[in-house]
Design a protein around this ligand. Sequence first.
Ligand code: ADP
Ligand code: MG
Length: 332
Amino acid sequence: MSTGETKIGGEFELIRQFFTQKTHHQSQVDLGVGDDAALFRIASHQQCVVSSDLLISGKHFFADVLPYDLGHKALAVNLSDLAAMGAEPLAFTLSIGLPKFDEAWLSDFSCGLYELAQKHRCDLIGGDTTRSDELLINITVLGQTPIGKAIRRDGAQLGDDVWVSGDLGAAAYALSLLQEKKNTSLDILSSIRHRLERPTPRVDLGLALRGIATAMLDLSDGLAGDLSHLLKASKCGAQIDCDALPLAKSLHSLPCAVSWRYALTGGDDYELCFTAPKNKREVVYGIGQKLQLSMTRIGCLDRKDTKIRWRSSQNSELATSIDNWSGFNHFS
Ligand code: ADP
Ligand code: MG
């Protein structure tokens, strides 16, 4: 049904101007924006990998965030989910609810979106556009992996190492500085803000870890909560060495309890956390070197109880209190 009221003025022109790709990177896309539905082919011996994320103004981003960054992040969080499965991106759809028709905003938003899309050869093939009181963005991303090769959460084995890519906590730190709005921290904020607003999806790492990682997920809600999802799915427990956590440089001057809190219960890092057999250590370090991304071994799967035992030789009391910290939970 179309009442006319939910449509943005010049909706089709808007879609043509900002959300129609002239050509596609993927030969698997046969038909993109413009018909009732898009068409693309699944290559033989491949599984289609699908993930979707909804971003709501005021909840997942500040209403005044730069539209370029928002376009980037809306796609980045979806690509990060594909990365976490070891999947190759193919295409995505964009459904957007806009409070108003703002040409400059749309132009910047689509620039941020397309730049990242192009980098990963991921084509915009359709979507929906409507007027809404709040700005809403939903992206559904489509990817592929050879059948049976996706890296799921339930494949970790007792004795495996636990790894994380990159470093942790900068995005959560940036978020808290933005919320505090203290003038004294503006310098730090400007140096780490991009970690919150323009995260890098680890797509190449996800692909490189096919056949090596036994289980994997991306860190969107903080390591403590996210790792426990993997452990529950794999029915394993882990011992994690807090002294080994790759804390972001910007956290180094903070008290230990604060920096651990950002790294373990903050969100938006979009690094990958994965498990791999001990005999793959050199291979994992080699992949990190090739991708110029640090790979840190933070612990191992030592029991079958699905719990995390936090250890630290320097702050053992603090480590044992981590279990009482709450992770980020949308319904808490
Ligand atoms: P329908 O009425 O069949 O749902 P629409 O009028 O909503 O079609 O959309 C027309 C075409 O534009 C479709 O191909 C749709 O996939 C595409 N489209 C609409 N909004 C967007 C968007 N935000 N980004 C990309 N494609 C879009
Ligand atoms: Mg529609």
